[in-house]
Design a protein around this ligand. Sequence first.
Ligand code: BES
Ligand code: MN
Ligand code: ZN
Length: 493
Amino acid sequence: MAAPQGPITVHLRRGAASAAADLLVLPVPEGQQTPALAGIDRGLARPLRQRVAAADFRGRTEDVLVHHAGGTRAVALMGLGRHPTDGDGWRRLGARARREADRQGARRVAIHLGAAAADTAVVATVAEAFLLAGYRFDRYKSERNERRRVERLLLLGDPVPAAAAARAALATVDTVVPHVMRVRDLVNEPASVATPRYLAAQAEELGRAIPGLDVEVWGVKRMQRENLAGLLAVARGSREEPRFLKLHYAGAGARARVALVGKAITFDSGGLSLKPAKAMETMKYDMAGGATVIGAVAAAAQLALPVEVTGYVPATENLPGGSAQKPGDVIRYANGKTVEVLNTDAEGRLVLADALALASRARPDAIIDLATLTGAVRVALGGLYAGVLGNDQGLVDALLVAGRAAGEPLWQLPLVAEYRDDLKSPIADLRNVGGGDAGTIIGALFLAEFVDGVRWAHLDIAGPAFSDRDLAHAPRGGTGFGVRLLVRYFQGL
Ligand code: BES
Ligand code: MN
Ligand code: ZN
């Protein structure tokens, strides 16, 4: 698995803005142009002041002013907006610095953080956003953009944090970012490449590369023995074989045992309840939850975090075919529950049911599932927020906090017990769809039926897992949403 870019070394140094760099980035809080230029040498500060005055640069988040200082050197003033102290402002700044660097083909970039560098969180956030914004998925482009050349990022500040603290924060960034990018790669890879077997092979490769990470892959025989009825039912329409992935890492001095469950429908056509063509265009990303679980367990292992994590990833295609499951079919699950499948396009909950029941049996302290489960959550929350629902407010709160800190925000929806009636079937214990209202809540209520006596939260990531337009920190496509959030959550245990 090749990293999508060459390695970039990140350094933190005490000092002002005179350091040698092809591109020097000066973050400017809204309305404070003059102090930001105070540390700059006078030969540079004078023309910058003139340009700032002439260009209506006011330090708003979208304000950028690039000044070419002779030779390959350039200085970019970038607005931080009104709330420069919150993480989002710094995250955007880091991402925009990278975009400017790529545009200019800069090799060495310096960002002048000033007094803000005293906060290790700011240093780490800026570095992380800078690295993440450099992601490209161009392996199918015959002409690649060769202007991406950044080799070194120098973060300048005064004061700077203790060397050990800064080094630890930057090392974490350095470890996590490649996992986010690998998840993006898995999501962006076309579905005819990224099959269940491919996902399994990628996970196995990670297992070989990362000490302490164990990866187990179940084929059809083992699934039959374990009675993974939902996964086998959904897989029936496909010629590609399903796989069930189990990843495990037990950190020394683990403070908690967490189960992660990730939906990995490597292509969702809807099955016999076929989707319209337009709705299918991006359905290669229906495995994003599973990819994120693989990435999060791998990152936890590589960071040697004090947590025990088990990842459960049911992987299959959802296709129509001569032996596909049919609307009206009934699935009998290992825990005895029966489900009438009225819509084969509500397949995610069918495969997650097996995994949640299996995870429950291991009695972990918490189960967190990630799934591109409903179009409805995209309607409700759009492309930037994931929905979170769960049976334990403490767990949901911890995830809300981790999401905010990571810049991967969640919004809670209620698990309305009264709506459970919508899932009643005349011939089985449950049906797999409701009447149409509150689709995201109904999806979660279905999943709750398979969680047995364990604290549980469900992240519906159908919105933020894939972006249909370029974002500051990720180009159009898979975003890797959730990896950084989960790492934060583990760190907070
Ligand atoms: N994978 C889809 C959900 C989805 C839709 C993800 C759009 C990302 C973008 C899921 O399997 C699905 O088809 N859900 C149905 C549920 C319905 C049949 C109850 C949906 O949202 O329409
Ligand atoms: Mn579907
Ligand atoms: Zn789906």
